[in-house]
Design a protein around this ligand. Structure first.
Ligand SMILES: *Cc1c(COP(=O)(O)O)cnc(C)c1O
Length: 404
């Protein structure tokens, strides 16, 4: 047996390998609340274009106040899982409110969407069943499916013909129940799943359809109900998972919303729900306030939509190529990984915080800057950001000089 010191040496070698591959992730330290502008610990104030703070609720006064209220009325923590003594009235209220918002019978809360996906498949499906998953689904979906004994198929990203091939094969193999699962929105490209066509295909083969709405709940669709509303199939999705950690306030927590039978069985058998602490009261209270805001008015999602349209057009006018679409995730294509990093570094000097993505997070030769817009951004912020992009892009020879 190797020594324990060898173990630590082994870890140092692994870390060195990650560094040498240029893949070592560092964390920028922020000294302010999350918002349109943040200050880093070196005192620099920058426009933030890389948060999942789509609706600007991460530091919204009404949300912060609701969290304070819940702290006062319901305490700091419950020190219990839900089924022992971790369920308060507000947890039941929030579950009902989420279900109403996304159009299902009921919902069940988790500590994170990662847990919602991790604990979803194993209790519902077994060896006799089939799960068909988009190849670009989120890591938590992949992990959740791994924990389940159902037979697995993967279809080419957003490819309905390939999905149909999988449905046929599952059928031929005699699968009892088949569940098709996809991200509602894919985070690297802002691609919106074609749920109307996927639903029709599932109906033809008698398959269930589940979606992960982490990059959609609260803002996609005319009233922010998410991808099903955007694609005209609201109320027609069997299982919806989502997060409280992005548009819906940005703290933490996740949920699964579905028919009563599904939620009831998850409460009995879903391991991350049964064996992990309840969501903190402050988050629960604030999340109810978030849903009050979103059900009362579409102002925030409308502003996000206007910001998205403005930025997509303006960055194109500045000479950059973007992936087309409607989503506030705007991939600005640089292709070359080194240039993408140089662009992000120069933008930071110019007061704009963005992150470059390159292999293996995105395919080789597809390096990009992923901008994420927010309802917290004012037009002046976006104008400054585009001007910085134009300047840095010209300096790096990515766009033609003196275009405007
Ligand atoms: C962010 C994200 C998650 C994880 O959400 P958490 O609540 O932070 O665990 C799961 N699925 C998708 C598609 C996501 O984008």
């Amino acid at each position: 047996m190797a020594s324990t010191e060898d173990f630590y040496a082994h870890l140092r070698a692994e870390l060195q390998g990650i560094r040498e591959a240029g893949l070592y992730k560092t964390e920028r330290v922020i000294a302010t609340p999350q918002g349109a502008h943040v200050r880093t610990t070196d005192g620099r104030e920058v426009i933030n274009l890389c948060a999942n703070n789509y609706l600007g609720l991460s530091s919204h006064p009404a949300v912060v106040e609701a969290a304070h209220d819940a702290l006062r009325t319901h305490g700091y923590g419950l020190s219990s899982v839900r089924f022992i003594c971790g369920t308060q009235d507000i947890h039941k209220t929030l579950e009902q409110r989420i279900a109403r918002f996304v159009g299902t019978d009921d919902a069940i809360l988790y500590a994170a969407a990662f847990d919602a996906n991790g604990g979803l498949f194993e209790p519902l499906l077994g060896e006799a069943d089939a799960i068909i998953s988009d190849e670009l689904n989120h890591a938590s979906i992949i992990d959740g499916i791994r924990l389940c004994k159902a037979q697995r198929w993967r279809y080419k990203h957003n490819d309905l013909a390939d999905l149909e091939r999988c449905l046929k094969e599952a059928n031929e193999k005699g699968a009892r129940f088949t569940l098709v699962f996809t991200d509602g929105v894919f985070s690297m490209d802002g691609t919106i799943a074609r749920l109307d066509e996927i639903r029709a295909l599932c109906d033809r083969y008698g398959a269930l359809l589940g979606i992960d709405e982490c990059h959609a709940s609260g803002f996609l669709g005319a009233t922010g109900r998410g991808t099903p509303e955007y694609r005209g199939v609201f109320g027609k999705i069997d299982i919806i998972t989502g997060t409280l950690g992005k548009a819906l306030g940005g703290a933490s927590g996740g949920f699964t919303a579905a028919r009563q039978e599904v939620v009831d069985l998850l409460r009995q058998r879903s391991r991350p729900y049964l064996f992990s602490n309840t969501v903190a009261p402050a988050i629960v209270g604030a999340s109810i306030a978030v849903l009050d805001l979103l059900e009362g008015s579409t102002t925030l999602r409308d502003k996000l939509d206007a910001n998205t349209r403005y930025f997509r057009q303006a960055i194109r006018d500045a000479g950059f190529e973007i992936k087309p679409g409607d989503h506030p995730i705007v991939p600005i294509m640089v292709y070359d990984a080194v240039k993408a990093q140089q662009l992000a570094a120069r933008l930071l000097e110019l007061g704009v915080y963005v992150v470059g993505f390159f292999f293996p997070v995105v395919p080789k030769g597809q390096a990009r800057i992923r901008v994420q817009l927010s309802a917290a951004h004012e037009r002046a912020d976006l104008e400054r950001a585009v001007a910085a992009f134009r300047q840095a892009g010209q300096e790096l020879g990515l766009v033609k000089g003196a275009a405007q």
